[in-house]
Design a protein around this ligand. Sequence first.
Ligand code: BTN
Length: 254
Amino acid sequence: MQNNTFPLFSIGQNVVTLQRVDSTNNYLKSELSKSKPIAEGTVIMAENQFAGRGQFSNTWLSAAGKNLTFSVLLSPEFLNPASTFILNIAVSIAINEVLRKIIGSDCKIKWPNDIYAGNNKLGGILIENIIRGQKLKYAIIGIGINVNQRQFPDLMRSTSLSIIAGHSFNRNLLLKQFCKALDHRYRELKELTSTNHLRYYYQNLFGLKETRKFIVSGWEITGEIKGIDDTGNLLVLIDGELRAFASKEISYLF
Ligand code: BTN
């Protein structure tokens, strides 16, 4: 008998490759506004994403044909729209675990939405939620990973798998691995078996328990990263006081 609580779907069962698009997140959003339904787990991947977007209205630059720029459609109606950071955690650890197998433990999750290798950015995640009524109807999970690009003229502190490993990678195989890991972690979240997510997140969190410099309201401060709270704020111990910061309120100083 089919279990109707968890409808059958699989991330990456349906992959649409676009040769050229402004942003795969934009594309999914615009497709959702049309009448034709899109299956949960559908992946839109772009060979050339010419106006990619990052967090806080940043742009995401990616050389055509070299990297992975893709978006996954999820329908996490089971999540409370006010506490969606657990989705960010599930996605971050899925991406991190694939990359760790390739480049090792130097690969970290940099709160709130980056993937780092050492002190360099290897990838980024942009999750856009669509709320209808009181429900989290859709989450568009945008992922950009620097794969075979070896030069980043406009970007400081960027790196790629190819720079780190010294050879190029088959992007389709990588995409399959990301889809499989995302599917696994998302299913755990949905089926309430995600008890190890936070532990994995902490084990791989960039700068955890380290004293680092940050910028807060234009000021340089020094604090120790203690973790994250239930709403996904970063907890930093500053002069003996534990303070919680939303992502817009604090940035790392390198
Ligand atoms: C960030 O680092 O700020 C997040 C970057 C997210 C980039 C990906 S690439 C695929 C998807 N489409 C976009 O326009 N952005 C995301």
